[in-house]
Design a binder for this molecule. Structure first.
Ligand SMILES: O=C(O)[C@H](O)[C@@H](O)[C@H](O)[C@H](O)COP(=O)(O)O
Length: 238
């Protein structure tokens, strides 16, 4: 596990964009394509916008396939849609037909099954192995839509599930831990003081991982990089 503390959110975005591009170049160079899953929420938006502004001419986009780590059960034009955020911030760089959206407008179980089928078709047999998965964390230690004490944490035989989240009063679509842990590289982007306690617990604490699901993300044969700004890293002893 590698932790890099960035001075501020701007440096976090810049570092994240650099790492994304480095992973893309490496994947295209080694395998002729780059398959990445984007994080939702608000933190990654600045990094996506930076990629679209300063990396849009890079040749790796021609070989890039974009997936999603999770999605809300809403249509793509909804303000809460992770796809909408990514479309506005980044997806103009990605060739048509290379963005694989979780279809939040469908009944969640149907959407999860459809996305699982898409993953199987793209990646073939076995657990889908993405080149890069970007993730965030909530102040409660969730990541993607793997929320504390939810049923999705126990799923090991499927790649995408509809995860009922009681405290949200909603069902979310999410990649499961087997997929997150099969990635060649996982990068967490964590910004803001409100994440500091969770980050300390995830990286240094001994609490039950079911209470802090981000602890369960340990890619077996891949890289794990935590990018945090100084505010989010405020409770980590240097
Ligand atoms: O759908 C989502 O919201 C994300 O996938 C979620 O896991 C997010 O990464 C965290 O909740 C952090 O969100 P912020 O970046 O908005 O703090």
């Amino acid at each position: 596990m590698n932790l890099r503390v960035c001075e501020n959110p701007e440096e976090l975005a810049r570092t994240a964009a650099e790492e994304f591009a480095a992973q893309a170049e490496r994947a295209v160079g080694e395998r002729g394509r780059f398959a990445a899953a984007l994080a939702g929420g608000s933190t990654p938006r600045a990094a996506y916008e930076l990629l679209a502004r300063e990396y849009k001419d890079r040749s790796f986009w021609e070989r890039t396939h974009i997936f999603f780590g999770d999605e809300r059960a809403v249509p793509p034009e909804h303000e809460e849609s992770n796809y909408r955020m990514a479309r506005e911030a980044l997806l103009e760089c990605v060739p048509v037909g290379r963005v694989y959206r979780m279809r939040g407008e469908l009944p969640p179980e149907e959407a999860a099954a459809a996305y699982e089928a898409e993953l199987r078709e793209f990646f073939g047999e076995g657990v889908p192995r993405l080149d890069l998965i970007l993730l965030g964390i909530g102040a409660d230690g969730h990541t993607a839509s793997l929320f504390p004490e939810t049923s999705a944490l126990e799923v090991h035989d499927r790649f995408v599930v509809a995860n009922p989240v009681l405290k949200l009063g909603a069902t979310r679509l999410t990649l499961t831990l087997p997929v997150l842990n099969a990635a060649r590289a996982v990068i967490f982007l964590v910004s803001g003081e409100e994440k500091a306690a969770a980050l300390r617990e995830i990286l240094r604490g001994g609490e039950d991982p079911r209470k802090y699901p981000a602890k369960l993300v340990r890619p077996a044969g891949g890289e794990l990089l935590w990018l945090a700004d100084r505010a989010a890293a405020g409770e980590l002893k240097e």
